[in-house]
Write a protein that binds this ligand. Structure first.
Ligand SMILES: NC(=O)c1ccc[n+]([C@@H]2O[C@H](COP(=O)([O-])OP(=O)(O)OC[C@H]3O[C@@H](n4cnc5c(N)ncnc54)[C@H](O)[C@@H]3O)[C@@H](O)[C@H]2O)c1
Length: 378
């Protein structure tokens, strides 16, 4: 008989509705028992929508009252509680549950390592919302790299960009995009963390290596935006950034992120070039298709489309389903399989998130100090 895991989701907002909750509902390994949101009406609405028996508004009550195997953090940090994910993730691990957490787990990479160490000490598994490594096209690209399709990797170019925040007139619905009052003179890390994390993750994963140093730049292209209440506000955030990274064992990457580069969601592109071939994975929703993979070889240099095998698609997949639920169903099911299987397998966990966050922290330091920054950070 297959074991099922008792799961709860913290946060009942937009991303929970589009990605996390459909993923939990779809995995045959899950019994989704509770939802928690500070907004009780919203939590009750989602409970009805996804047939969830228990509703909470306080995550500490949820953790103390229920016996849970896995708890998911899908809340949103704000300028008033910027470490929201961090606090919740530590509480979940302390309560003895496996933890899935939206990115960033912590803004400071050192705290993400501490969370990883706590999980390890308690024999718990973790996973981070590094959504795009779970796209079927990306999973297939990784398998091809493992099989030697690119040979020795030389160069990785990664992008995560779309035009989500290009309009200065569109009300800002995400409070973390507005710098704290009094800090408007200094550019704040935004797209680098909000969009950068998944493509940085993929740049490390595909090369199976870490970086030895980085240099980058961040720019603010849309200096004023419209706040939710309608007033014009200074938004000195990085809405475009790029960095060069050098891998420890040779090769380099360039990673570019932007909220204001015209194009559709999710806007993630991963291109890898090596001694035996090249692969281009494109996750951009266009004309009904959200993922493509192309490959080329030194003696056949024109890129040709590659068919993604059915084994990379999640349970219950239907042609044309939206990318958030398609990619997240793979992520959630993969995590549940890792927990049920036991053993060491735990990809995209808090340790990987700490490596990603260390690069984000290093690129910020590179921009502030106008120089290359060595990794690991001292
Ligand atoms: N991985 C991805 O590709 C991806 C995509 C979109 C969003 N996200 C992330 O998902 C998270 C949620 O985003 P969203 O768009 O759903 O935000 P949202 O604002 O729509 O919803 C967040 C919800 O969390 C609730 N909340 C906040 N703190 C809470 C707490 N301590 N306890 C209980 N509830 C709490 C809020 O009341 C709100 O309803 C964010 O961290 C965002 O960055 C990730």
């Amino acid at each position: 008989m297959t074991e099922t895991l008792r799961a709860a989701v913290l946060g009942a907002g937009r991303w929970a509705e589009a990605a996390h909750l459909p993923g939990f509902v779809r995995s045959p390994l899950v019994d989704l028992v509770a939802i928690c949101d500070r907004d009780e009406d919203l939590a009750r609405h989602r409970a009805r929508q996804f047939n969830i028996p228990h509703v909470f508004t306080d995550y500490q009550e949820l953790l103390s009252q229920l016996d849970l195997d896995v708890v998911d953090v899908c809340t949103r940090a704000s300028p008033t509680d910027p470490d929201n994910h961090e606090e919740l993730a530590f509480a979940i691990l302390e309560a003895g549950a496996h933890c899935l957490c939206e990115k960033p787990v912590c803004h400071d990479y050192r705290n993400t390592w501490k969370a990883h160490e706590l999980a390890q000490a308690k024999g718990l598994k973790t996973k981070v919302g590094l959504t795009f490594r779970y796209a079927p096209a990306m999973q297939y690209m990784y398998e091809l790299i493992e099989e030697g399709a690119v040979g020795e990797p030389y160069i990785f170019n990664g992008y995560e960009q779309n035009s989500q925040f290009i309009s200065p007139h569109e009300p800002v619905t995400k409070p973390d995009l507005i710098p704290p009052t009094g800090e408007e003179d200094q550019i704040h890390v935004s797209a680098l963390e909000g969009y950068g994390a998944p493509i940085i993750d993929i740049s490390l994963w595909c090369f199976r290596d870490e970086l030895s140093r980085v240099v980058g730049t961040m720019q603010n292209f849309v200096p004023y935006r419209t706040a939710a209440a309608g007033q014009r506000v200074r938004t000195n955030i990085d809405d475009g950034d790029v960095y060069i990274g050098e891998y420890r064992s040779g090769g380099f990457c360039t990673i570019q992120n932007s909220y204001v580069a015209v194009g559709n969601y999710p806007g993630l592109i991963a291109n890898i070039y090596g001694s035996r071939g090249a692969l281009h994975c494109r996750l951009v929703e266009e004309f009904g298709e959200c993922q493509t993979l192309h490959g080329a070889q030194p003696d056949a240099v024109e890129f040709v489309p590659l068919t993604i095998p059915g084994r990379f698609f999640p349970p219950g997949h239907q042609v044309g389903e939206p990318w958030p639920s398609l990619f997240y169903a793979n992520l959630v099911h993969n995590f549940m399989q890792e927990i049920v299987a036991g053993g060491e397998e735990n990809e995209g966990n808090f340790a990987q998130s700490a490596r990603v966050q260390e690069i984000i922290n290093a690129v910020e330091r590179s921009v502030r100090e106008s120089r290359w920054v060595d990794l690991p950070l001292a």
